[in-house]
Design a protein around this ligand. Structure first.
Ligand code: GAP
Length: 508
């Protein structure tokens, strides 16, 4: 665990040192859970966003995009349920003064029980080898049976208390389980309170004429309120989807995990409108499609897992998270929800406008059901960054840090180095770069030794570096060096474009 924490700290430091992510307003000591993206970060983030957009909009004929405003009519948030129910149960530790989500404290306790069960199973599997029957073991091993029963009982208590909004019962559960503050070990807790996560502000110039409005806590509602505009103007036929990327804001209580949980973040969401009764088919389809998208980055499957929700939100009839193994453990990266027709029906009710679809195939008019895919761009950024961060010991005894980013996501694709600053080499290098820089991001560097320049580009994940030397002037060849193998070969200048382009291809 300590090793993983160290690794996380190193990744955060690296992200700052190499211009990926800076704390917001750092010269004023930062702003909690708000971050800025630097020159390399903004490129990586843009490449992830473009990859998502391409795979959703460009690759699906029946999905179109929109860009809705962040400010929306305040009734939107009443209809969506955010004004009344977008809150987290909070608890403070009186000794450490730290604030936690009460449900997360209990869920962390549950995952410790889960770890114990998994350890027993792993031990038994080793002992019994091929003849091991996990199902039978789960049903008969006394320690495992007791732990499963305990875990079920805790879940039942937690979820029914949350459902009934019985915060006293949630506190009682924390006390009964003797859950201690993870930082101080103290069990001196305050009562549990509900805390609304939306930021609000005023629109209008006079205080009596001003209207209270909210910074959107999700991009999804901008899609719902535009459903009819898009369906009609695009002549969309069900099933069809609307995609959007953009900022969302939440006054998060527990916000101390770098860009994993931010107060201002970016979402990439798609609402897929379907005929009622077909939503489970589309839910499975999108589960499969979204995992495929993640795997096409080249990040291995074992870093991902599905977590199906046991407790469904009142508007959902199926929900799953795609979890990723971050340095802070397996955590939610993306949510896939079958949201029934809850949102469109609520907007019909609150706006008084019909949000129906006439389905000519069955000659029926209905409010469509919605299957949603929703991923945090910053979380995906963290997933890619943390997976790519690699410390390597080289054959000559030296060490390097290399960002093994999927090449098509790397901020810079090709670094261009003249061997020296004289003899016409810089001019030749720039001439070569000018021919390819329209097609992919290049970076020109002439300072320091070639070795140092390689290290700097390893650290930001540049897949290829080329060196222009005196031989280039003679025979129009350069040395190209590959990031992961560090192999260097001599190639003709006219091959550079093909070699780099080939490496940037993504199979989706
Ligand atoms: N429209 C559905 C929705 O907003 P959500 O599970 O609350 O669902 C979707 O959020 C995704 O947005 C999450 O899976 C996560 O990747 C990202 N996300 C949510 N809160 C976040 C935060 N505070 N900081 C960064 N990303 C966040």
């Amino acid at each position: 665990m300590a090793k993983q924490e160290d690794l996380f700290k190193k990744i955060i430091a690296h992200a700052k040192e190499y211009g990926f992510v800076f704390p917001s307003s750092e010269i004023y000591d930062g702003l909690s859970a708000v971050y800025d993206y630097g020159p390399n970060g903004v490129e990586l983030k843009k490449n992830i966003r473009d990859f998502w957009w391409k795979s959703m909009v460009q690759m699906h004929e029946n999905i179109v995009g929109i860009d809705a405003a962040i400010f929306m009519h305040p009734t939107v948030w009443k209809a969506s349920g955010h004004v009344d129910a977008f809150s987290d149960p909070l608890i403070d530790n009186k000794d450490s003064k730290k604030r936690y989500r009460a449900d997360v404290l209990v869920e962390d306790y549950l995952s410790k029980i889960e770890t114990k069960i998994n350890k027993e199973i792993a031990k038994a599997r080793k002992r019994f080898g091929d003849s091991f029957d996990e199902k039978q073991f789960r049903e008969t091993n006394p320690r495992v049976v007791a732990n499963i029963a305990k875990s079920e009982e805790i879940k039942e208590r937690l979820y029914s208390s949350l459902e009934k909004e019985d915060m006293a019962a949630v506190k009682q559960l924390i006390e009964d389980l003797e859950i201690a503050d993870p930082v101080s070990g103290s069990k001196n807790w305050t009562d549990v309170r509900q805390f609304n996560l939306m930021f609000n502000t005023q629109m209008g110039s006079t205080s009596d004429g001003a209207m209270e409005i909210f910074l959107r806590p999700e991009t999804a509602q901008g899609i719902f309120v535009n459903y009819l505009n898009v369906q009609k103007t695009g002549r969309m036929k069900i099933p069809f989807g609307i995609a959007q990327t953009g900022k969302a804001f939440r006054n998060e209580i527990v916000a101390r995990q770098f860009i994993f949980r931010m107060r201002e973040f970016e979402q990439m969401e798609m609402q897929f409108f379907v005929r009622p009764g077909t939503e489970m088919k589309w839910f499975s389809y999108w589960k499969e499609q979204r995992l495929k998208w993640h795997l096409s980055t080249g990040i291995p499957e074992e870093k991902y897992r599905f977590h199906d929700h046991e407790k469904l939100a009142h508007y959902a009839n199926a929900a799953t998270d795609i979890e990723f193994e971050f340095p802070i453990g397996f955590k939610e990266l993306e949510g896939i929800h079958s949201r029934t027709n809850f949102d469109l029906s609520a907007h019909e009710k609150f706006s008084g406008k019909k949000l129906r679809y006439f389905d000519s195939e069955i000659n029926e008019s209905y409010v469509p059901n919605v299957v949603e895919t929703s991923i945090g761009l910053d979380r995906m950024f963290l997933a890619v960054l943390s997976h790519s961060y690699t410390e390597e010991k080289l054959n000559d005894g030296s060490e390097r840090v290399v960002m093994k980013l999927p090449p098509f996501l790397a901020p810079t694709k090709l670094a261009v180095f003249p061997l020296t600053k004289k003899d016409g080499l810089p001019e030749k290098a720039r001439e070569i770069m000018d021919k390819v820089k329209m097609d992919f991001m290049c970076f020109y560097e002439e300072k320091d030794t070639i070795g140092k320049r390689y290290r700097r580009h390893d650290a930001i994940g540049t897949p290829y570096c080329i060196t222009i030397d005196h031989q280039t002037l003679q025979d129009n060849t350069v040395t190209i060096r590959e990031r992961d193998t560090m192999e260097q070969i001599r190639i003709p200048v006219n091959k550079i474009h093909d070699i780099v382009s080939e490496r940037l291809k993504v199979v989706y």
